[in-house]
Design a protein around this ligand. Structure first.
Ligand code: COI
Length: 350
């Protein structure tokens, strides 16, 4: 029996039309909340109607960005049941992020119970059309009203839910990526491997410039040599060079993506030559296929990369054979079309 209290909304929202979902625009009727104080630890787990949070303008999250978040999805299978994909991996990564940001960790069992209870409460919000899902966004914010720089003594952990379609307007059509040479996303020793809002704030300027020039996203280079590929920000990246499939090594400034890890496992099980290493941006001249991986982005083919004056057209701007095969297999597991040999999926009812 779950210890999570449920307060139901008195009026339910109208659901958005299935074709208009996009990404992260709509929110379901309820949310999960949990409070923290130094005296009580984490307490009062509850589901409440989706609502605004009331915070002091001095709450530390507004001033020093003490915040972490996660992203995972609930998928509707053809038989109508609903499953999560590797939630334990998101729970572990969020607690790793908490450790980096001096936020008290959350009990993994309670976290999983919260995810499943919220999805069961919002089951009618899990869309059933192809390539749609209910995106779950757990996050923790520092709430202590204090403008001295130190770790907060109080926090809110919340989970909100948003029915989503494709992250990129392009869908499965290859995206255009701009290699950023001026701004840097993260450096080793910083917070690059944690999922914290500040990492994303640092990418907005270059992202806006790239968008204005017709690109979907920015590809980040390392902050020291300014030549080794890191990640895209909303996704990790993979490149095919001849027989080798390479992805940047996790060296401290790159997000340890759960979809990245799933791709590595699948590709290795397929017997392919997969490496995690430093990738010099100049190597893109030899790249025959490229894709990004992420919970939101799923597997997103990359058709064009521009670095200064150099344009790399990858696989003639079309989705590659391996990218398509990986997309079909991974999404097959996530939506339950293919048997899951890894034990990655879990029912929200178990
Ligand atoms: C995700 O893939 O879930 C992310 O958090 C990436 C992005 C939407 C910030």
């Amino acid at each position: 029996m779950s210890g999570i209290a449920i307060e139901r909304a008195s009026a339910l929202k109208e659901k958005p039309a299935s074709g208009s979902l996009g990404f992260g625009k709509y929110f379901s009727d309820h949310m999960f909340l949990l409070d923290y104080s130094t005296d009580k630890g984490w307490y009062d787990p509850r589901i409440v109607p989706f609502q605004n949070l009331s915070l002091s303008p001095a709450a530390m999250v507004f001033h020093y960005a003490q915040e972490v978040f996660e992203g995972l999805k609930a998928y509707r299978k053809a038989d109508g049941s609903v499953q999560l994909f590797r939630p334990e991996a998101n729970i572990k990564r969020m607690n790793d992020s908490c450790e980096r940001l001096c936020i008290p960790k959350i009990d993994p069992e309670l976290f999983l119970d919260a995810l499943k209870t919220l999805v069961r409460t919002e089951i009618s919000w899990v869309p059933g059309e192809p390539d749609t899902s209910l995106y779950l966004r757990p996050f923790v914010i520092a709430t202590e009203p204090h403008v001295g720089v130190h770790a907060s003594s109080s926090y809110i952990f919340a989970i909100i839910a948003s029915p989503v379609g494709a992250y990129y307007a392009e869908g499965l059509n290859p995206v255009k990526i701009f290699v950023e040479a001026k701004d840097v996303r993260a450096v080793k020793g910083g917070t690059g491997q944690a999922k914290t809002g500040g990492n994303y704030a640092a990418t907005l300027r270059a992202g806006l410039e790239a968008e204005q020039r017709g690109f979907s996203q920015v590809l980040w280079l390392d902050g020291i040599n300014r030549k080794y590929i890191e990640e895209v920000g909303s996704m990790n990246v993979f490149f095919k060079f001849g027989d080798e499939i390479a992805t940047p090594r996790l060296q401290g400034s790159i997000l340890p993506g759960i979809t990245r890890d799933s791709c590595l496992r699948i590709l290795r099980d397929w017997g392919l030559n997969v490496t995690e290493r430093e990738i010099d941006v100049a190597e893109l001249a030899n790249c025959t296929e490229a894709w990004g991986s992420g919970t939101a982005a799923v597997i997103s083919p990359i058709g064009k990369i521009v670095y200064g004056e150099t344009r790399y057209n990858i696989n003639g701007g079309k989705i590659g054979e391996l990218t398509q095969k990986l997309y079909d297999y991974l999404t097959g597991i996530q939506w339950g079309r293919i048997e899951d040999p890894y034990g990655w999926t879990c029912s929200v009812n178990s």
